[in-house]
Structure formats: structure tokens, C-alpha cells
Design a protein. Sequence first.
Lengths: 225, 237
Amino acid sequence: MSFWSGVLAIVRKDLSMELRGKEIVTTSFFFALLTLVIFNFAFDMSSLEIRKSAAGILWVALLFAGALTMNRSFLYEKENDCLSALMLAPLDRSSIYFGKLISNLALMLISEVFIIPIFIVLFNINVMQKPLYQLAALLLGTTGFITVGTIIAAMSVNLRAREMLGPLLMLPVVAPVVIAAVEASGGMIRGEPAEGWWVWLEILIAFDVIYLVVSWLVFEKIIEE
Amino acid sequence: MDFIKKNIDTITMALTALTALFMVVALFMVFIHAPLEQFMRWPQKIFYFHVPIAIMCYVGFFITFVCSIGYLWSGSLKWDSFAVSGAEVGLLFANMMLVTGMLWGRPIWGAYWTWDPRLTTSFIMWLIFAGYLILRSQVDDEVTRAKYSAVMGIIGFADVPLVHYSVKLWSRGIHPVIDRSGGDAGMHPDMFMAFKVSFVTILLLFVLVFIQRVRYEFLKCQVEIIKSHKTRETKQG
């Protein structure tokens, strides 16, 4: 089995499982929605000033939803010892990582498709002023925290306090993603010229590339018995 | 390596005595020999300790990074002992760095903490390596623990340049930087001498604490081996 057909098989398996259960997308969507509601109580969202911090609120909601649901993808594999079966399969070990990464990313992007229109409606802030670049920022930022999150989830499912440890280990590492994504999206929402936010997209690309390579190199070591 | 192992007690004694001696000399150099800085006055004295401590803190984390790669490369648990020692001693020095920095910040900046790039980077490193130690406490099997923490050590340290670069763009810094554009040390020769002495002092302290931490880790492994032999013997008997 070639590398990509292995990746594809894992993605297909995860997505068809999600299609039947709809667990991850619903929980991460509702968690993000709840975060927005809580933010509404915590800050005065009706003021004009809120445009300045709109991107921050959106990204915190997405990041927390992602961090909390990330463990799930490996938790499923722990049940009935599916992970051992995956490792016995004639696959390159790193294709398990990329399969999981792509399916996590797909699920997170699906919940974003629901949460962003709701964000626009609830707070009356047009996020999509520069639609193409904003989509690029969302894709790059999400890829950034999913890349780190997937590798950490692969470890934290085997720990005693797995629900706590995942976010605890992931959030400090993705600090550059948070800063860069918030600055990029925020600059676009405020309608600033491209010179202001372009560099943040570059930082996101750098983060994604570095962590994709690092994760690809170390993943094998995590799952071998 | 063998020489160090055989004479570890003598080396420890000698290093402790040397560090203690240097500490006294450093205190003399910092508080009596070095002139008083003209604007900051006395709080500036913290600089002589704060800067070497900060450097050694990053050295500790760098040791973790290198030894984590070494562990994943070779699979020898010795690397793991060095890696955890680097993280723990690094975190200890990070604590000292943050505390001395805050003590200086209060009189000079008027606040214990600001979200300056250097402060933010150090704080995020502190969080990552505190997480590293929490991760270790969560795993019982030593091979799994070594693997997981090695991965965390690599992921965590790879973040340093990214965090530093992004927070630097994100907020303009107010952290002082020594102006060396004149081609010299950027400070009074007596100050530079005091700095060099206190740097050596902190370096010695780091080496001393680090060696003890590694030694403790090795002893712990030995105890585990003896324990497993004992249980096997009692089972057979």
C-alpha cells in the first residue's frame, strides 16, 4: 500500500465514522458556540470597540473547541485496541499521523463552516471582508494548532489525566499561532492594508511547515510499542 | 566519563567550595567594586545576576532539546536522564529569572510584569517546560515516559524562535538591551568585570546543580534495577 492510499484510507474511515455518529463536529461546534455566548456576557459586545477584538474572540472559541475535541480521534482508536490493528496494517507509520491530521483538520473546518456565519450574525461583524485571505488565515491557523494538537493527542490519550493534559501541553506551544492568526484575521476585519497583516500569514506558514516536519519525524516513536 | 563517575564525591565537594567562593567574590564585585549606574542606581545591581541566570535557563532547555533528540536517535535511557535534568534545572533558573526580573521591573518600570517580547517568550517557555514535567509525572513506564517527554522537549524547544519572532512583531519591547555599537562591552570596565565574575558564578552553580540532578536520576535507575532483582529473587525463593 502506498503512502497516500494509506493516508486516504484512514481519512475515509474517520470521516465515515463521523458521518454516522456526528459526535466530534457537533461537540466542537457547540463548544465554540457556548464560548461565544460566554464572551458576550463577559464583555460588552455591543460597543463599537469590539471590532478591535472580534478576531481574538473568534479564534479563542475555535482554539478551545479544537483543543477539547482533539483527544477524541485517538480515543476511538484506543477502544478495542484499534491502534494496534492500525500499526499491524501494512502502512507507513507516518501515514497514520497524516491520516489523523487530515481527518482532524477536516472535522475542525466543518465546524468552522457552521460557527463563522453564526459569529457574523450574532455580533454583526463582517469577518469575510477579504474572503480569500481570510479563508487562507483560517486554514493556516487551524492547520497550525491541529498539527501540534494531533501529535499531543497521540501521547495524551495514554495518560491518566488525558482530558486535562492535551490542552495543557498544546496551548503554550501554539502561542505563535494564536498571535499570528488573531493579528492576521483582525487586520483584515478592521480593513487594514495588506502590509499590516501579510507578515502574520507568513508566520503561520512557517509554523505549519516547521511543525509538520517535526511531527512527521517524531510520530513513529510515539506509537511504537 | 569514568573519571567523573569514580571521583564524583570529590568533584562535588570541590565544585561546591568553588561556587561558594565565587559567590562571595561576586557579591563583593557587584556591590563594592562595580560603580553605581547613574540612572537606575541600586536596582541595576540585579542585572549582574538576572542576565547570567537567563542565559543558563535557556542553556538548560537547550540541553533538554539536544538530549531529547539523542534519546529518540539512540533509545538509551541515559539521554533521558540528562534531558529531564536540563528541563528541571532550566525551570529552576527560569523561576529565578522571572523573580529577579520582577524585582527589577517594579522600581524601574513601575510594574512587576509587562508583556514585553522577552518576558512573554520566557513565560511561554516556562509554561511549556512546566508542562513537560507534568507530562512526565503522568507516565509510569519509564520507556514510554522517555519517549513522550523527548517528543515534548523537541516540540517545545522548536517553539523558541517562533514565539520570540512573533511576540517581537506583536508588541514593541521595553526590555533594555546593552548598547554595543561602540564596539566595546557597552558598560564601564569595572561593571563588565563584575558581570564576568557573576557569570562564572552562575555558570558554576548551574553545573553543580545539574550534575547533582543527573546523579540523582542515575541513582534512581539503580534503585529500580535492585528492586526488580529483589522481587525476582523473592518470587524464585
